[in-house]
Design a protein around this ligand. Structure first.
Ligand SMILES: [Fe+2]
Length: 313
């Protein structure tokens, strides 16, 4: 067992499964002061409105995006009443706060080292903190990055599925477009193909790129953090899938990554050229929302709460 103060991981399991299949490990961040409710309220109040998403946690695994009930409260109020409400919240991109960035970097590099991986193939480190009430559900979806979900408080049950099975999640569903809601269609028959991981504080689950999953909390509220990063291969696949999603929006559906290496390479070059122009503009929340709206339609901003609610933080 490779053990450090923040991550402990079985090297043999890691060699066989890291970046390929889910497996559980242990972490040492369960009592870290950055994860107390008062500190999380402070964090939520410091974040721009489009970095916080929340809704009722009382939803079905396969709920349609438009049927997810909203909560008419500010993010701070949602966290304050997390013990008594039925709420689900994610605070996105917490690496923008230097204190959270420090533990994220330390954790991801240590996990890669412990798994026998080079530490120079982890970029775009991002952190997502989930604060959810008892018996809340995160519906079926995939994430487009490498991920270790660390459990801080309460129980979490993560149901994972094969990330190579396109009968569960189609290639079209893997295309990246801000106009898509994260939730994916879910069939009751999928469940027999699930692996269920029960996480307690101090435990963590590695979920590689595009592993389909859905999550539920136990009988008390839960705090967890997704520590995410991208390898060079994930960056390449995401560029192709972003171009495929954008071209589909303009009526030009494309083949999956890997079908034509030449076309894949052209998409990567085009993607980089577009982003060289757009990225400097995306620093402002207003411009981010505007660009999402004109390129992907107004539904791309589906998760934004009203200005009044945000102002009430
Ligand atoms: Fe997820």
């Amino acid at each position: 067992m490779s053990t450090s103060p923040i991550v402990s991981i079985d090297p043999e399991v890691a060699r066989a499964r890291f970046l390929k299949q889910p497996f559980t490990l242990n972490h040492g961040l369960a009592d870290h002061p950055l994860f107390t409710l008062p500190r999380l309220i402070e964090l939520a109040q410091s974040m721009p409105g489009d970095r916080i998403e929340y809704n009722s946690g009382k939803v079905a695994v396969g709920v349609k995006p438009e049927d997810v009930p909203r909560i008419d409260k500010s993010p701070a109020e949602v966290i304050r009443s997390i013990e008594t409400d039925n709420a689900w919240m994610v605070i996105k991109r917490v690496e923008q706060d230097p204190a959270y960035r420090a533990i994220l970097e330390a954790f991801v590099l240590e996990a890669n080292r412990a798994a026998g991986r080079p530490t120079d193939d982890c970029s775009d480190l991002q952190g997502f903190i989930f604060v959810s009430s008892a018996n809340a559900t995160t519906p079926f979806h995939v994430d487009m990055e490498e991920n270790i979900l660390i459990q801080i408080r309460g129980d979490k049950f993560v149901h994972t599925f094969d990330n190579a099975d396109r009968s569960l999640v189609s290639e079209q569903a893997l295309e990246i477009s801000p106009s898509k809601h994260r939730n994916l269609p879910y069939g009751e028959l999928f469940e027999v193909r699930a692996t269920r991981h029960a996480l307690k504080p101090g435990e963590a689950l590695h979920m590689p790129y595009v592993v389909p999953h859905w999550v539920s909390t136990g009988t008390t509220y839960s705090i967890s953090m997704a520590m995410t990063w991208k390898t060079r291969e994930v960056l390449r696949l995401n560029k192709i899938r972003t171009m495929n999603g954008t071209l589909r929006r303009f009526g030009l559906p494309q083949s999956a990554p890997g079908v034509s290496p030449l076309r894949d390479a052209a998409k990567v070059v085009t993607h980089d050229a577009i982003h060289a122009v757009l990225d400097p503009l995306r620093k402002s929340e207003a411009i981010r929302n505007f660009l999402r709206g004109i390129i992907y339609g107004k539904e791309a901003n589906y998760y934004l709460q009203t200005g009044a609610k945000r102002a009430g933080m």
